[in-house]
Design a protein around this ligand. Structure first.
Ligand code: GDP
Length: 203
């Protein structure tokens, strides 16, 4: 078990990349539709109960939340949104902010995309994957809430998603995860280690 992520602490919350911490060192961002299980995944990975907080207020200004692992490394909680309740204007603001962040953040090394294993590859996820594909940003999918399915079904879902990624988003990797019983935490740590070690594609 890699304990370096256990010392993560809250750094700051920013409404846009202009208010973000200095763009140096390396960071990995977490994204997911609201309720996918992103906050609990971040908390499981950092072995903390309340580091990432769930926000249940649709339509409010959405922020990028930065956590520091050490003085060089950060984890970033990106805003997601939910189902039909989100107004078009919020969706557009979200798109502008994500586009800005994903295309201009030089210290960004990769994305962990969180999906509920029972409902993977929704429109939100496809959009995130397409963005990463376009900008050459490595992406790793966590199929979370795996504890909700029987092991055989977890395997099937994993296989299905892996096949779809291979076809449409080659380069993206995927694993099963559960914040409840901590399945896949070690694998996620290894992926983070690898992403954070690698040099960016363009200097
Ligand atoms: P977020 O909106 O993506 O940050 O989602 P949360 O992390 O707040 O999780 C949404 C809901 O799913 C909450 O009720 C969580 O308790 C539940 N949840 C999240 N991860 C898991 C998991 O691994 N297993 C189970 N059984 N429930 C989970």
């Amino acid at each position: 078990m890699n304990t370096r992520y256990f010392s993560a602490y809250y750094l700051t919350s920013a409404p846009s990349i202009r208010a973000a911490p200095e763009d140096e060192g390396a960071e990995v961002a977490f994204a997911g539709r609201s309720n996918a299980g992103k906050s609990r995944a971040i908390n499981a990975i950092t072995n903390q109960n309340r580091l990432a907080k769930t926000s249940k207020t649709p339509g409010r200004t959405q922020h990028l939340v930065f956590f520091a692992v050490d003085e060089r490394i950060r984890l970033v909680d990106l805003p997601g949104y939910g189902f039909a309740r989100v107004p078009e204007k919020t969706k557009q603001q979200w798109q502008t902010m994500m586009d800005e962040y994903l295309s201009h953040r030089r210290s960004l090394r990769g994305l962990l995309l969180i999906m509920d294993i029972r409902h993977p590859l929704k429109e939100f996820d496809q959009q995130m994957l397409a963005w990463c594909e376009q900008s050459g940003l490595p992406v790793h999918v966590l199929l979370t809430k795996a504890d909700k399915l029987k092991p055989g079904v977890v395997k099937q879902q994993l296989h299905k998603v892996r096949e779809q990624l291979r076809r449409h988003y080659p380069g993206a990797s995927v694993q099963a995860f559960s914040a409840l019983n901590k399945t896949g935490v070690e694998e996620a740590h290894q992926v983070l280690d690898k992403l954070l070690r690698e040099r960016p594609a363009t200097p």
